[in-house]
Design a protein around this ligand. Structure first.
Ligand SMILES: [Zn+2]
Length: 72
């Protein structure tokens, strides 16, 4: 996977924000690290779930996404 620095930063910020929300139990969203789409009803430790937008198996639970993206 190759991202531009901007894209990676954007995904990372989204993942961090989602992880924070999930921590407070207000949502349970995952993030597609291919297209950046937010997918609801995703377990926090989900990995490689199918994205409903781009059909790639690239949806990760928020905290997993933060880790996979290598942190900001
Ligand atoms: Zn996607």
């Amino acid at each position: 996977m190759a991202y531009t620095a901007d894209k990676r930063m954007e995904l990372c910020n989204t993942a961090m924000a989602l992880a924070e929300q999930n921590l407070f139990g207000t949502s349970n969203d995952g993030l597609c690290i291919q297209c950046g789409s937010i997918q609801g009803g995703c377990e926090p430790d989900a990995r490689k779930h199918k994205c409903e937008d781009c059909n790639e198996y690239a949806v990760y639970g928020a905290e997993e996404a933060v880790m996979v993206l290598g942190l900001c």
